[in-house]
Unconditional design. Structure first.
Length: 78
């Protein structure tokens, strides 16, 4: 859900914000990319690799569906 609030962000920000290990975050992001939820952009800043992530169209649609489902649950439990 962090990606829904930004245009894109980098690996380091996600790692620090989520408190995940590099390996754990890499695995999660690779699976989200495989499913088409996240777009991954790899580049270099000088000689250092830089990976950034953004929410793909399928990810935006999936997140919107999730929030609708949550709203439906909240509406029916009042």
């Amino acid at each position: 859900m962090i990606l829904s609030g930004v245009e894109s962000t980098d690996f380091t920000f996600l790692q620090q914000t989520l408190g995940l290990s590099k390996g754990n975050l890499s695995t999660h992001m690779a699976r989200l990319e495989e499913k088409g939820y996240v777009k991954v952009t790899k580049s270099f800043r000088g000689k250092m690799p830089h990976t950034s992530y953004s929410l793909a169209g399928k990810g935006k649609a999936g997140l919107a569906a999730y929030w609708r489902a949550i709203d439906d649950i909240r509406h029916h439990t009042k």
